[in-house]
Design a protein around this ligand. Structure first.
Ligand SMILES: Nc1nc2c(ncn2[C@@H]2O[C@H](COP(=O)(O)OP(=O)(O)OP(=O)(O)O)[C@@H](O)[C@H]2O)c(=O)[nH]1
Ligand SMILES: [Mg+2]
Length: 233
């Protein structure tokens, strides 16, 4: 198996729907899930690149493994449940600290899942429909008020950039990186993953170019002429 060219990691509290989001994207279905133990990954071919997407366990007892999974990540998906404000707070309190092992230029997406529970109509059958409107700032009419507002996710995104000392002007805008999704209906799920793939691919290309710049081409290195100077000539 070819080594993955890039790595994306899903983090977030238990029960927010990380496994369901990944299965919805990779397998196009919404099966019953069991709480994840440790972690697991899928490989996705995107253009000519191989990207691994890691699902992690949200349960406290596996917390220590999180930073291991984040090692070398090009992007991290911080997932919360739009119906549980605590799951958003946990991202900052418990999960952000695990991302120290990710790449320095790692991208962050903030994803509010289970948006179908807050609306009866607008988030259904969403694999194609209404993908743009589900982004933060779009207009999704909800019957049951959402417990976490998109602005809260945007605020967290900006806070993360500050915490990571990343220049807001050089990073993708919050509006591009904060999503509301439903693994159940598929709403915005393709948009989430494919936005990240499109952002990660140029990073991989850039990284490769930098690596090849640093590679010394031994064949082209001229061996210094042997001189006959010195006492043993
Ligand atoms: N209504 C609704 N339910 C969802 C959605 N996503 C996940 N669920 C349900 O939420 C529960 C937890 O989903 P999982 O995907 O296992 O959650 P997880 O984040 O992987 O949880 P851990 O593996 O314990 O960290 C399951 O019963 C899912 O069916 C969604 O978008 N809408
Ligand atoms: Mg899981």
């Amino acid at each position: 198996m070819r080594k993955p060219d890039g790595k994306i990691v899903l983090l977030g509290d238990m029960n927010v729907g990380k496994t369901s989001l990944l299965q919805r994207y990779m397998e196009r279905r919404f099966p019953d899930t069991v709480s994840t133990v440790g972690g697991a990954f899928y490989l996705k071919q995107w253009r000519s690149f191989n990207i691994s997407i890691w699902d992690t366990a949200g349960r406290e007892q596996f917390h220590g493994l999180g930073s291991l999974y984040c090692r070398g990540a090009a992007a991290i998906i911080l997932t919360y449940d739009v119906n549980h404000p605590q799951s958003l707070f946990e991202l900052e309190d418990r999960f952000l600290g695990l991302t120290e092992t990710a790449n320095n230029d790692c991208l962050f997406a903030i994803v509010g899942n289970k948006v179908d529970l807050t609306s009866e109509r607008d988030t259904e059958g969403g694999e194609k429909e209404g993908q743009a409107s589900g982004k933060v700032g779009g207009c999704v009419s909800t019957k049951v008020p959402k417990q976490v507002q998109p602005e809260d996710a945007v605020a967290l995104y900006k806070k993360i950039l500050k915490y990571k000392m990343l220049d807001e002007r050089e990073m993708p805008a919050a509006e591009q990186m904060c999503f509301e999704t439903s693994a159940k209906t598929g709403y915005n799920v393709d948009l989430l993953f494919e936005t990240l793939f499109d952002l990660v691919v140029p990073m991989i290309t850039r990284q490769r170019a930098e690596e090849s710049d640093q590679t010394v081409d031994i064949a082209s290195c001229k061996t210094p002429k042997q001189t006959r100077s010195g006492c043993c000539a």
